[in-house]
Design a protein. Structure first.
Length: 123
């Protein structure tokens, strides 16, 4: 694969992970707002579970992002022939890309469920 293509794709993966982090921060702020107005036992249990899910995802995002940043450095310093990246780095890129896609899909479904719960709680 072309070195420039991999570099651009890695940047795209990093942006996707940054987006997930930003959206989770938004969910946290919404949760805090709800907690300030509602103090129902079921809601507290749900919010604690939600907070744990957010923390776990943040750890996963951070670890994956660090791996991708290391890959980015590896691509930059790799010796390429005809601007092609060595197969080992391409394999890593494909692995990280599939992990980001999985995380994005899981996050979208999770956020949809969370938004429904927020709507039901505030209605």
């Amino acid at each position: 694969m072309n070195k420039e293509f991999i570099t651009q794709e890695v940047e795209s993966l990093i942006r996707s992970l940054d987006f997930i982090q930003e959206e989770q921060a938004f969910v946290k702020r919404k949760l805090i707002g709800l907690l300030e107005n509602l103090v129902l036992n079921d809601f507290i249990i749900w919010s604690e579970d939600l907070q744990l899910q957010i923390l776990n995802r943040e750890v996963a995002v951070r670890l994956l992002k660090n791996d991708i940043l290391l890959l980015k450095k590896g691509v930059k310093v790799s010796k390429s022939v005809n601007n092609l990246v060595e197969p080992k780095l391409v394999t890593e890129y494909k692995k990280y890309k599939s992990q980001v896609v999985y995380l994005e899909n899981e996050f979208i479904a999770w956020k949809s469920d969370v938004n429904e719960k927020f709507e039901a709680t505030t209605s």
